[in-house]
Ligand binder design. Structure first.
Ligand code: GLN
Ligand code: ZN
Length: 766
C-alpha cells in the first residue's frame, strides 16, 4: 500500500479567520480565549480536510510564524524580551511585532511599557512568506519548551487522526538565523543537538511513529562545514524508537543528494516538482531500508496536476518501491490559497484548471487510490482530470498567436537605448533645467480612507465611471497642488487609482485572472492575493496614459509616468507552469513597452518602471542566478529602452542589497535608479561607488516604514555621505519608497524637510 501524507496546511483559514482573530486580539478588542478558540477551530477544520491521508502534519499551525514557534520550542528568544512582564504569548508577539497587545502603542501613556525591537523578518527561501530570523551569539543557550507541540498533539489525537509532528531540523534552524556578534552560528550545533534529542525523547514518549524534520536548507549551496553539520546532527539524532522523515523542498537536492542519502534517517522527502531531475538519482541511491517520499503535487502553484501523466511515472516506481513509496505535495501548502470552492464568481473554464490546498489533497488521495486499487477505482476522477488538462492546453484563451509571434521576433536591439547615458543625460538636463539634487517621490501618495472608499464603490458598481473618474481627477489635482506647494522638482500623479502595483496592471492586461479569496500568508496576519497569469499576455489598451496626461495638464513641472516592471509583476503572481518563467516575463515586457511608448507619445517625458521585486526572483542556487538576471534584465530593457534620448527612464527598487547584483542593475541602463538607503546610513552606496555605477541615483533619505519624520539636518547629512561616494551631479533626493501607507500629516513635514535639505545642499555648492 502506498502512503499519502501532507507536509503542512495553510493556517490562515479560508476566510482569513486567523488574521481577523489576531488583529482584534492585538487591538485589545478580544482576549486570549477568543484567539485560542479560533485557532482551535481552524486546526480542527484543517485536520478534517486532510482526513483521508495516512499521515497528517501536527505542529504546522502557527499563530504568527513557524520559525518563531521553533525558537520558542528551543527556548531561544532574544535577550531583550526575556525580562519583560507578561505571559508566554505576550512575549511571543513582542518578538513577532515589537509589541504585545497591552503595549498598545498609542501615545496616551496608559502603559509604561515601551515597544521593543521586533525580530528581523526575511523571506522564507524563495517564497513570498517572511519568517522571524533567529538571533544567535556566542553565548546563545537553548532550553526545551515542548508545550505548544504537545498541546497541538493532544488536540490532534482527540480528533482521532494519525499524527506526524513537524519540526524544523537543527541545521536548517541554524541556517535560517543570523549571528549578532559575528560568531559562527554553526558552533552552536553542539549546544543545540541535546535539545533536539530531548524533543525527540518527548515525542517518543507520546508513542509517535514518524517525525517530519524539515531541512529545506539541503536544496541550497552548502559548503563543507554545513555538510559536516548535517552528518553530525543526524548521527546524533537517529534512534530506534522514532522514525525521522528528512524533509526537503523548494528545489532539487543536486550536489547534496549523496549527503542526504548517507544520513541515518528513515526516509527522505523530495520536492519532485522542482527537483524532478533528482527522482531517478534518488531511486538509484537511496538505501533499501528508507522511505522515499515524493512531493508530486505542486505546493507552490495553483494549477491542477496532470494525474494521468503522474500515474505513468509513479506506477513503475510503486512496483519497485512497494510500501516504501510515499506521496505528498512538494512542500507545505502554506504557499497556496485554502479552497477553490470559495471562488463562486471565478470564470468556470479557468476555475476547472486550478487546485488550491484542499483540491491538491484531493488529487493526492486520487493518486493514492489509483496506485493502491488500480486506475479503475478512480476512473471518473481521472477522466475529469484529463479533460481539464486538455482544455487548458488547447484553450484559445491561453494561447494567442500574435503574442507568441511578437515574442519570437524580439531582437537584441529592442533593449538598447539610442545613445549612451552621457549623451542622453546632457540632452535631458538642458531640456528641463533641473537643479542640482533634484527632488522627487517614488510614486504613491497617502491612500486615504476616501480614496479607498471611492475605489471600492466603483468596483461594486455604487459609483459610475464618470463619477469615479471625476473623484480620481480631483485627487490628482490636489496631489499635484500639494507637490507644487512643497516645491518638488519632478512630480507624480499619486497612484490613487491603484490598489496594488501589480494588481492594477494585471486587471488591465489579458492573460490574468483574479480570485476573491485566494489569500496567501505573507507574514503574521498579513496576506496577499497574488494574481494568476493563465495565458499569453496582451495589452488591449493603454493602462495609465489618461491619468498621467491629466496630471501633466495640471502643472508646468514634469510629471513622471508610473509603471510596474515585468519581473516584479511576474514574481508577485502565480505564473503559468506550461512555459518557462522567462517566456512569460518577455510577454510582460512587450506589454509594458507598449505602455511606455504610448506615454512617450502622449508627451510624458519621464517614465518610472518599478522593479521592486527583481531581487526576489533570484534562484536558491547561485549557479542559476546569472540566467535569471539575464532574462529579467533583458525584460526590463525591452520594456524601457525603446524611447528617445529625451525621455528619461527611472527605475525603483525597494531593498538595500545590491552587492551581488550591481552588474545586472547597471545593465538595465535606466537613467535614474531610486533605492532604499535611509536605514543603512548610505553605506550601501559603496557598492555603486566601487562599481563606478555610471548613471544617476536617488538614494532614499526618508524611511517610509516608520512614522518618524526625518529632519532637514539628518537628510543633509545623509546626502553629504552620498555625495562622498557618487558625484553630486548624479544624485537625486527622494524617499525610500512610495508614501501610500503614510498619512498626509507625516508626509508633508517630511517632504518639506527633504526639499529644504536639497536647497541647503545646492546653496553649499554655489
Ligand atoms: N511606485 C510605487 C509606489 O510608490 C512603488 C512601490 C514599491 O516600490 N513597492 O507606491
Ligand atoms: Zn519601493
Amino acid at each position: 500500500m502506498i502512503t499519502t501524507h501532507n507536509l503542512g496546511f495553510p493556517r490562515i483559514g479560508a476566510q482569513r479567520e486567523l488574521k481577523f482573530a489576531l488583529e482584534s486580539y492585538w487591538k485589545g478588542d478580544t482576549g486570549v480565549a477568543e484567539l485560542g478558540t479560533t485557532a482551535n477551530k481552524l486546526r480542527k477544520r484543517h485536520w478534517q480536510l486532510q482526513e483521508q491521508l495516512d499521515w497528517l502534519p501536527v505542529g504546522d499551525f502557527s499563530l504568527y510564524d513557524q520559525v518563531l514557534d521553533m525558537s520558542v520550542t528551543l527556548g531561544h528568544l532574544p535577550e531583550r524580551v526575556r525580562n519583560l512582564p507578561g505571559n508566554e504569548l505576550t512575549t511571543y508577539f513582542r518578538v513577532a511585532r515589537g509589541r504585545a497587545p497591552e503595549d498598545c502603542g498609542c501615545s496616551t501613556g496608559h502603559t509604561d511599557e515601551p515597544g521593543v525591537a521586533a525580530g528581523e523578518m526575511t523571506k522564507w527561501f524563495d517564497t513570498n512568506y517572511h519568517y522571524i530570523v533567529p538571533e544567535f551569539s556566542a553565548t546563545t543557550e537553548f532550553q526545551l519548551n515542548p508545550t505548544r507541540l504537545l498541546t497541538q498533539l493532544a488536540e490532534a489525537r482527540n480528533t482521532g487522526i494519525n499524527c506526524k509532528p513537524v519540526i524544523i531540523g537543527p541545521v536548517t534552524y541554524l541556517w535560517l538565523g543570523k549571528s549578532k556578534d559575528g560568531s559562527n552560528r554553526l558552533a552552536l550545533l553542539n549546544r543545540l543537538l541535546p535539545i533536539y534529542r530531548q524533543l525527540l525523547d518527548t515525542l517518543a514518549q507520546q508513542d509517535i511513529e514518524w517525525v517530519q524534520v524539515d531541512e529545506p536548507a539541503l536544496v541550497t549551496d552548502l559548503d563543507e562545514s554545513w555538510k559536516e553539520a548535517y552528518r553530525t546532527a543526524y548521527n546524533q539524532l537517529h534512534r530506534d524508537d522514532l522514525k525521522l522523515l528528512l524533509t526537503t523542498y523548494f528545489g532539487e537536492l543536486g550536489d547534496n543528494l549523496e549527503l542526504a542519502c548517507d544520513l541515518p534517517v528513515n526516509g527522505i522527502h523530495l520536492d519532485a516538482v522542482r527537483g524532478v531531475r533528482d527522482v531517478q538519482r534518488l531511486v538509484g541511491q537511496l538505501p533499501a531500508d528508507r522511505i522515499l517520499s515524493l512531493g508530486v503535487i505542486d505546493g507552490r502553484n495553483i494549477w491542477k496536476s496532470d494525474l494521468n501523466a503522474l500515474l505513468d511515472t509513479l506506477e513503475p516506481l510503486h512496483r519497485e518501491f512497494g510500501d516504501s513509496l510515499w506521496l505528498a505535495p512538494s512542500c507545505s501548502l502554506l504557499h497556496v490559497p485554502v479552497d477553490l470552492d470559495s471562488e463562486t464568481e471565478l470564470d468556470p473554464e479557468i476555475k476547472s484548471w486550478l487546485a488550491f490546498a484542499k483540491q491538491k489533497l484531493e488529487e493526492l488521495v486520487i493518486l493514492g487510490r489509483a496506485l493502491n486499487e488500480g486506475r479503475e477505482a478512480v476512473a471518473g476522477a481521472l477522466v475529469d482530470n484529463r479533460r481539464a488538462i486538455a482544455s487548458r492546453r488547447q484553450s484559445t484563451r491561453v494561447h494567442n498567436q500574435t503574442v507568441k509571434k511578437a515574442v519570437e521576433s524580439i531582437t537584441a536591439d529592442l533593449g538598447n537605448r539610442l545613445s549612451p547615458y552621457e549623451q542622453r543625460a546632457s540632452v535631458q538636463r538642458t531640456q528641463w533645467s533641473l537643479p542640482l539634487y533634484p527632488t522627487t517621490t517614488i510614486g504613491s501618495f497617502p491612500q486615504t480612507v476616501e480614496i479607498r472608499q471611492t475605489r471600492s464603490q466603483y468596483r461594486t458598481g455604487k459609483l459610475n465611471e464618470a463619477d469615479y473618474r471625476a473623484r480620481m481627477e480631483a485627487e490628482i489635482r490636489s496631489c499635484i497642488r500639494q507637490q507644487e506647494e512643497l516645491g518638488l522638482d519632478v512630480l507624480v500623479h499619486g497612484e490613487a487609482e491603484r490598489n496594488d502595483m501589480v494588481e492594477y496592471f494585471g486587471e488591465l492586461l489579458e492573460g490574468f485572472v483574479f480570485t476573491r479569496f485566494g489569500w496567501v500568508q505573507s507574514y503574521g496576519s498579513r496576506c496577499v492575493k497574488p494574481p494568476i497569469i493563465f495565458g499569453d499576455i496582451r495589452r488591449p489598451k493603454p493602462m495609465t496614459v489618461e491619468w498621467i496626461k491629466y496630471a501633466q495638464a495640471q502643472t508646468d513641472k514634469p510629471v513622471k509616468g508610473m509603471l510596474t516592471g515585468p519581473a516584479t509583476i511576474l514574481n508577485w503572481s502565480f505564473v503559468r507552469d506550461d512555459q518557462p518563467r522567462s517566456d512569460t516575463c518577455r510577454q510582460l515586457a512587450l506589454a509594458i513597452r507598449e505602455e511606455v511608448l504610448d506615454l512617450e507619445k502622449a508627451g510624458v517625458k519621464i517614465i518610472q518602471i518599478d522593479e521592486a521585486a527583481l531581487r526576489e526572483g533570484l534562484p536558491l542556487r547561485h549557479a542559476e542566478w546569472q540566467t535569471y538576471l539575464d532574462w529579467a534584465v533583458e525584460a526590463f530593457r525591452i520594456a524601457a529602452n525603446g524611447v528617445a534620448d529625451t525621455t528619461q527612464i527611472h527605475t525603483h527598487m525597494c531593498y538595500s542589497e545590491f552587492n551581488d547584483i550591481i552588474e545586472a542593475i547597471t545593465r538595465m541602463d535606466a537613467d535614474v535608479i531610486t533605492i532604499e538607503t535611509s536605514r543603512s546610513d548610505m553605506e550601501l552606496l559603496d557598492v555603486f561607488d566601487n562599481f563606478r555605477y555610471p548613471n544617476e541615483i536617488g538614494p532614499g533619505v526618508y524611511d517610509i516604514h516608520s512614522p518618524n519624520i526625518p529632519t532637514q539636518e539628518q537628510i543633509v547629512n545623509l546626502m553629504q555621505k552620498a555625495a562622498q561616494r557618487i558625484p553630486a551631479e548624479r544624485l537625486w533626493v527622494n524617499p525610500d519608497c512610495g508614501l501610500k501607507t503614510r498619512r498626509w500629516d507625516e508626509v508633508l513635514p517630511a517632504l518639506k524637510n527633504m526639499i529644504d535639505a536639497a536647497h541647503e545642499l545646492r546653496e553649499a555648492v554655489n
